[in-house]
Design a protein around this ligand. Structure first.
Ligand code: ZN
Length: 271
């Protein structure tokens, strides 16, 4: 076996001494060259050691074992429907599957039901943890989107927000952009579309203030036909003279060094 074991239960089954023949060898040869799986096996050994220590000295009723084994089989199927089929799955079906085989293996009957139940619960717990992590990530993303929508609405609604169109410079990649900026809020929003940057280059948006050095307002590398959009919190109270996108070494620079690709001046307001 070159790939990782397809079932997380396999580590526990191996640690329990329940795998035989090809399956046993496959795990042994794989963990010898896979640090990740070697760590999983060590964890499984730890669990099995704890289970053995805690195993009650009673023989569970046969129907309890059967019930738990049925649950484990069910779990294995529902947990890994989309995973790649390992070569051994083809031959295991003819001999009753991996569980069919290991059940007939030399497992001490005492504590077997507890071991199976613990594996079942542990795997359920792992799945729940992963689902929780996914849900949390989705929630964070939604909160960020909502927050940004609020900021954009505030920015667009503010009376002193300015909109500065950015026009292409001669001989530069084609495109157009727009900066929406509010000095009091220190909030900048960029929307635009420009041809992809040459290799090893990035675009960088700058705020050129009336006084002082240009201020970084975002580095980007758009794909073909990609519309770029971002919002950026900046130091409030800066009065801009113009905005420009320059071509910089990949990843951007602390100060503009390259030619302007798109640029636009702030219209002079007379009060
Ligand atoms: Zn592995």
């Amino acid at each position: 076996m070159n790939g990782h074991p397809t079932r997380e239960e396999d580590f526990d089954l191996y640690a329990l001494g329940a795998l035989e023949g090809d399956e046993k060898q496959a795990i042994e040869s794989h963990v010898a060259s896979c640090a990740d799986c070697a760590r999983k096996l060590a964890e499984a050994r730890g669990r099995v050691a704890m289970i053995s220590f805690a195993a009650p000295r009673v023989e569970p009723a046969p129907h309890v074992k059967e019930l738990l084994l049925a649950r484990v089989r069910e779990e294995g199927r529902s947990a890994a429907p989309e995973r790649a089929v390992a070569p051994r799955e083809a031959d295991s079906s003819s001999s009753g599957g991996v569980f069919g085989r290991w059940w007939t293996a030399v497992l001490a009957p005492v504590g077997v039901a507890l071991a199976i139940a613990t594996i079942l619960l542990w795997n359920q717990n792992q799945r729940l943890n992963r689902e929780m992590a996914d849900l949390h990530a989705a929630l964070v993303t939604q909160q960020k989107t909502l927050e940004e929508a609020h900021h954009a609405a505030d920015l667009l609604a503010a009376r002193d927000t300015i909109v500065v169109p950015l026009a292409p410079m001669p001989g530069m990649p084609k495109g157009m952009g727009r900066v929406t900026y509010n000095s009091d809020m220190g909030m900048l929003m960029y929307d635009g579309k420009v041809d992809p940057a040459p290799a090893n280059k990035s675009y960088q948006l700058w705020l050129f203030p009336m006084k002082g050095d240009p201020i970084n307002a975002g580095v980007f590398n758009p794909a073909t036909d990609e519309i770029s959009h971002w919002m950026m919190k900046m130091s409030p109270g800066v009065t801009p003279a113009s905005f420009a996108i320059t071509l910089e070494p990949a990843g951007g620079m602390p100060h503009p060094t390259g030619p302007k690709v798109l640029a636009g001046s702030v219209p002079v307001l007379k009060g």
